[in-house]
Design a protein. Structure first.
Length: 574
């Protein structure tokens, strides 16, 4: 049990005892919350329960605080308790409560901080990126790639069963325009210069590259072909070309999608849906309950009944499906696949779609099952100046170009450094720096510095790619005495590591992986301060040396776990 959990239980027991004895005249105790005092001189944890009880118990908060303190059971966790200000209860923990964190981390290793979540909320589907397969991913997609996988990793560590999914928007008129754009470039390259890319088509250089590949494969075979047949052939070739790009770049970036779901499949009959398409099956169910109606030749969903501002068209009068139609079937299908909760990561420009998709799930009997994380823009800079075009192509800078120049770790770190609700100003030159001004370098250097200490202590100085757990076991006794860790720098490190479990639980609850970048910064900073203040290998007392090595090892484990959740590597040498 973490010190915070144990302390929460002690305070809860004290409140229950005070109520049972009649010293506090109220029926139920409020939820116990603990927070870190801003000033470390005010203890390890502060509790506001007394102030929260004041209205219920009709007593002065400081009097209530004293009643609570007097009722705290005997324990080995708390060294001292003080009542401060209007009724804060400040707790000072015994040294061994923090020293035990080192043992716990080194015992649990990468599982340190893992949690559990209630049944009925465990199985979560996270759908993210979901770009149109009509062109390369841009840097905004890169932010969703980092945010999606980090959120999934974070939630897994907190105890959720998470499934990562990419929804391929491969249905509709935009795909046809893509095929026509490739056809135009194909004909132009074969001398038909009068042919133009269709209005609203795709003009990127990658379209020329696709057309050239088709020429290399088929020559002028398609020049005199039926226009629609050519469009379909080129559309499918281009679709496969772009999807390979998507899979290659996401694999390289460390994303692990368990399903790539085609939008087209929403309109294909399936045995799973009694021989109907997912869309027709879903539409039939909604029509049976009165939530689908026909008007002016179109098919409408009665979304205003479920909180949307107006009803929405799912099939237009000309027979074409709206983009929303696919969402209707897709989200229903996800629920039928057994997920308790659906999380979609969308760009902020999709804000208007939230109410209508949530309305669909409400109509199907799943109110509250959909959660949307909206991501703001990424603004690229180079040496403080805005960058909008690629030097190489004269077009937008793609996600792939960014990681080619900056690297995967720095790209991930900067994409995750702020809440998804805030835009990111990403300075390429800053992200490439190999010094302490670059936060990802600063964090990774702390890890590498610890690895060097452990290598040197165990006689493996010149070796690389070691099992650092095994190396640590060689130089740190299993029964290492941690009671000698009493320096303020040592306690600061231990205190920070003791917060990790709560960080995971709360950041997962709030879908806030950016907090882990802040935590990694704090932990790395505290380690660097400890390294300056407390000699490790050069200290004369062998017991102190071994204990400090154990503290370093625990820091390494927590730092590596934090970076790993973010999808960032933990190098052993820099």
């Amino acid at each position: 049990m973490q010190p915070r959990e144990e302390l929460t239980q002690l305070i809860g027991a004290a409140l229950d005892a005070a109520i049972a004895s009649g010293k506090l005249q109220m029926e139920n105790a409020p939820e116990i919350t603990l927070e870190r005092p801003r000033d470390e001189g005010h203890g390890d944890w502060a509790c506001t329960a007394a102030m929260r009880c004041a209205k219920l118990a009709k007593k002065n908060p400081r009097e209530i605080a004293q009643v609570i303190v007097d009722a705290i059971p005997e324990n080995t966790l708390v060294n001292k308790v003080e009542i401060a200000g209007p009724g804060f209860i400040n707790f000072y923990l015994n040294n061994d409560a923090l020293q035990d964190v080192v043992t716990k981390v080194r015992s649990e290793k990468g599982d340190y901080g893992r949690g559990t979540v209630p049944e009925g909320m465990r199985k979560v589907n996270i759908e993210y990126i979901s770009a149109n397969p009509t062109g390369p991913m841009h840097v905004g997609h890169g932010r969703w790639a980092a945010l999606g996988s980090a959120t999934a990793n974070l939630m897994r560590h907190a105890g959720y069963d998470v499934f990562e999914e990419f929804y391929i928007n491969d249905h509709g008129v935009q795909m046809d325009k893509f095929g026509l754009s490739i056809a135009a470039r194909y004909l132009q390259q074969l001398g038909h210069e009068d042919v133009e890319v269709p209005e609203g088509g795709y003009n990127g250089l990658y379209v020329n590259d696709i057309a050239k590949e088709i020429i290399d494969r088929d020559g002028d075979k398609w020049v005199d072909a039926d226009e629609n047949e050519r469009m379909v052939e080129f559309r499918e070739y281009g679709y496969a070309y772009i999807m390979k790009m998507f899979r290659d770049i996401t694999n390289r970036f460390g994303n692990h999608f368990e399903r790539w779901q085609s939008e087209r499949e929403m309109y294909i009959p399936s045995d799973e849906f009694d021989g109907k398409s997912p869309f027709d099956f879903c539409l039939g169910n909604l029509r049976d309950q009165g939530d689908i109606y026909d008007q002016d030749g179109a098919v409408w969903f009665r979304s205003s009944k479920y909180g949307d501002e107006k009803d929405r068209v799912v099939r237009k009068a000309d027979g074409d499906y709206t983009y929303f139609a696919s969402d209707v079937a897709y989200h229903y299908w996800k629920k039928l696949r057994g997920f308790d909760h659906l999380i979609n990561i969308w760009g902020a420009d999709h804000h208007g779609y939230i109410a209508r998709v949530a309305a669909v799930l409400s109509a199907m009997g799943y109110p509250g099952a959909l959660e949307i994380m909206l991501g703001q823009l990424v603004n690229l800079f180079r040496d403080g100046k805005p960058v909008r075009m690629s030097k190489r192509t004269g077009e937008m800078i793609t996600f792939e170009e960014l990681i080619d120049e900056v690297g995967i770790d720095a790209t991930r770190y900067y994409m995750l450094s702020r809440s998804s609700e805030q835009p990111i100003d990403f300075d390429i030159d800053v992200a490439k720096k190999q010094d302490s001004s670059n936060p990802v370098y600063y964090d990774q250097y702390a890890h590498a510095r610890i690895c060097k200490l452990l290598r040197d202590a165990s006689g493996h100085s010149g070796e690389d790619n070691l099992d650092m757990d095994a190396v640590a076991a060689e130089c740190i006794p299993a029964d290492v005495d941690l009671s000698v860790l009493t320096d303020p720098s040592e306690f600061a490190l231990m205190r920070k590591m003791s917060e990790f479990g709560d960080l995971i639980a709360l950041a997962a609850r709030d879908r806030a992986p950016f907090r882990l970048t802040h935590y990694a910064q704090d932990l790395a900073s505290l380690f660097h301060q400890f390294y300056t203040n407390c000699p490790v290998l050069k200290v004369e007392d062998e017991k102190v040396k071994q204990a400090r090595l154990a503290l370093c090892d625990a820091t390494r484990i927590v730092l590596s776990t934090t970076l790993g959740i973010l999808g960032i590597s933990s190098p052993q040498r820099m």
